[in-house]
Design a protein around this ligand. Structure first.
Ligand code: CMC
Length: 433
């Protein structure tokens, strides 16, 4: 592994003064100009809405090269993890930094599969929600409520408690997600089965019913596992940064993950796969695609092609490549050939990949474009798509949260601002306004 090296200092001239700024090198990727002392020396802040040029932390978990379309977890390419590994191994890798050996894998798998049940009292929370509640609303509430159940793992300064909370979250999130689904569709909850793999157990909890015996299809379980791997972590995206920011105040892990889930829900982030499917349904038929492409290009129309474009990838998202393949495996297994939504999706992909507007702006189909189609084929309603993303991303959030707490340079996150409001003025009583 190449060692990070500091580079020669950068110089900034502002207001007639020169400032020397340290530059820190990473093991790969862009170096960073350290502006942490700039306010102290110059009295000025830096300004970067949307953090397009700002690194908020040091991290050794995930590396993305958006120009080249590379995604590495602890150095391993996502394609290799998705093709050759499984989700439990990926969880271990993200959390511990190395792939597990056989003993480590067994211990970890045992710890995760033995903690899949949730406190029976937690069920009561579900009945407090309306049946038509969005399952993400249920997820935010129930995951946040875990801190009221597992008091023995909320001390963030105790490494053992952090480990227990992390493992609990990874183990229980499929159960909580499946319960949100079952509640949403009015079916009884299905208890976890610890003899099944992580992904197969999740499918069992979602699709089994007490009135009949249903085996989990191993091809669908493998596809589910791959979807989990592909969504496991993605460095400092909006929800992960939310988890880190919430955690920087010392908030307990369950509260931090609930904050991450709330952020993920947005349509520009995890909500995109749901939005992509809704968009395909709105387009409805292949002959209407040109009309929507035209709208996507129109600067005065807020419409965007959901499932296209990415803040970081200006190349084909490597996860989208694997997801594309998985999508076709699932459709093949389920014998789905004549789905109008799929026809629209495939034609949209073809047009967008050959259209100058999308080529020039480097707008490729992202992972959400294909995951939406796959999940629909597997039988999930669109409202569950973001829930599945949250389930898979929990390990990433937990790993990033642990890394932050163990980082000695960690302080409470507190961005500054450029104030553009009214200057000092005196209060005027209502009758004089
Ligand atoms: N359809 C049409 N035009 C687009 C699209 C799109 N999906 N995405 C970006 N553009 C245009 C945009 O109008 C802008 O044009 P111009 O330069 O003429 O003003 C240009 O491309 C750059 O867009 P941006 O908004 O500055 O890019 P961003 O990095 O801020 O946004 C994004 C990234 C993902 C929010 C955006 O591409 C988007 O809204 N995509 C649709 C939603 C989506 O699929 N999100 C899932 C992201 S992947 C999952 C995840 O990581 O959470």
């Amino acid at each position: 592994m190449s060692e990070p090296k500091d580079a020669p200092a950068a110089k900034l001239e502002s207001g007639g003064n020169d400032y020397n700024l340290n530059v820190h090198g990473g093991s790969i990727g862009p170096s960073v100009i350290d502006v942490s002392g700039l306010y102290g020396s110059s009295g000025q802040f830096t300004y970067d809405p949307g953090f397009t040029s700002t690194a908020s932390c040091k991290s050794s978990i995930t590396y993305i090269d958006g120009e080249e379309g590379i995604l590495l977890h602890r150095g391993y390419p996502i394609e290799q993890l998705a093709e050759k590994g499984n989700f439990i191994e990926t969880c271990y890798l993200l959390m511990h930094g190395e792939l597990p050996n056989n003993d480590e894998l067994q211990e970890f798998e045992q710890a995760i599969t033995m903690h899949t049940m949730v406190h029976e009292q937690l069920q009561k929370f579900y009945s407090g929600f309306r049946r038509d509640a969005h399952p993400m609303a249920i997820m935010v509430g129930v995951v946040g409520a875990l801190s009221a159940f597992y008091h023995d793992s909320t001390d963030i300064n105790d490494p053992d408690q952090r480990k227990i909370a992390s493992r609990r979250l990874i183990a229980k999130i499929p159960t909580i997600a499946a319960m949100a689904y079952k509640y949403h569709i009015g079916q009884p909850f299905a208890y976890p089965q610890n003899n099944l793999s992580y992904a197969a157990n999740f499918l069992h909890m979602c699709f089994s019913v007490p009135s009949e015996q249903r085996e989990v299809n191993p091809i669908l379980a493998r596809a589910m596992d791959r979807i989990f791997i592909l969504h496991a972590d993605h460095e400092q995206n909006a929800s992960t940064s939310t988890v880190r920011l919430a955690g920087s105040s010392g908030a307990n892990p369950f509260a931090c993950i609930a904050a991450g889930i709330a952020c993920l829900w947005g349509p520009a982030h995890g909500g995109a796969n749901e939005a992509a499917l809704d968009m395909l349904a709105e387009i409805g038929s292949v002959d209407r695609i040109p009309e929507f492409i035209k709208r996507a290009k129109d600067k005065n129309d807020p419409f965007r092609l959901m499932g296209f474009g990415h803040r970081v990838y200006k190349n084909y998202d490597p996860r989208a490549r694997v997801m594309h393949k998985t999508c076709h495996e699932v459709l093949g297994e389920l014998g789905i050939k004549d789905d109008p939504l799929l026809d629209v999706a495939m034609e949209l992909e073809r047009i967008a990949l050959s259209d100058d507007y999308f080529i020039e702006k480097k707008l490729y189909p992202n992972i959400d474009f294909y995951s939406g189609i796959t999940l629909k084929a597997m039988g999930f309603p669109t409202t569950m798509f973001t829930v599945l993303f949250a389930l898979a991303r929990t390990v990433g959030w937990v790993s990033q949260w642990n890394e932050m707490i163990e980082d000695p340079s960690q302080r409470i996150g507190r961005p500054r601002q450029l104030y553009i409001g009214a200057t000092h003025r005196d209060y005027v009583p209502v009758e004089k306004r």
